[in-house]
Design a protein around this ligand. Structure first.
Ligand code: DX5
Ligand code: ZN
Length: 217
């Protein structure tokens, strides 16, 4: 089995202690820090932007996996690169020129990601497969943590895994991932799992992360 990465979403962290929360998930053994940027327009919720990302950049060297749920995203890509993102993921639904956004992200020296809402067909990424480093399949409608996993997305994960073929592209899944849903998600082909409430709602983050990893086996 390829190695599976766990990316806790700080959307479910205690914002009053964000630096300490990031230190705590690093100590608990996570692989990426998943950062949900929402604009109150593309999704019905508002979170944070580059200044908050720059602030937490100082507390860890873990890769920052920045999930942009903003429309437009293209004018802001450089700001997120400068703030310390390592992966910048845009939604296929957010900008008209997806291929250009991906080229801009790579041009900034960052890994380029594309995310698909649950209702979006995987064919929208068919012609950008050579321009992406990570594909993010949403298994909830983006906007909030703590929603239920949408089972119909398992088939989409399988389809995208086969579209990827032998390319070095990570397949990330976000939304409703917990100890009950993670095994089927990995079986379908995911190798990076975002988990918000599953990590932050339990008291001990190391226990929650190892429970996720053991639920896969
Ligand atoms: C939803 C976000 C997710 C969310 C996941 O729009 O993109 O990253 O925080 O939260 P859980 O794991 O609680 O579904
Ligand atoms: Zn996310």
């Amino acid at each position: 089995m390829t190695s599976i990465k766990i990316a806790p979403s700080i959307l479910s962290a205690d914002f009053a202690s964000l630096g300490d929360e990031v230190r705590a998930i690093e100590a608990a053994g996570c692989d990426y820090v998943h950062i949900d940027v929402m604009d109150g327009h593309f999704v019905p919720n508002l979170t944070f932007g580059p200044p908050v990302i720059s602030a937490i950049r100082k507390v860890t060297d873990l890769p920052f996996d920045v999930h942009l749920m903003i429309n437009p995203s293209q004018p802001y890509l450089e700001d997120y690169a400068k703030a310390g993102a390592d992966i910048i993921t845009v939604h296929a639904e957010a900008d008209v020129h997806l291929d250009r956004s991906l080229q801009v992200i790579r041009g900034l020296g960052k890994k380029a990601g594309v995310s698909l809402n649950p209702s979006t067909h995987p064919s929208v990424i068919e012609y950008v497969l050579d321009s992406v480093d990570i594909i993010l399949v949403m298994t909830v409608n983006p906007g909030f943590g703590g929603q239920s996993f949408i089972e119909s997305q398992l088939e989409k994960i399988r389809t995208i895994r086969s579209m990827i073929g032998d390319r070095a592209i990570e397949l990330e899944v976000d939304g409703g991932v917990n100890t009950k849903t993670i095994a089927a998600t990995v079986e379908a082909g995911a190798d990076v799992l975002v988990a918000g409430s599953a990590v932050f709602s339990g008291g001990d983050y190391a226990t929650s992360i190892s429970a996720l990893r053991s639920a896969i086996k």
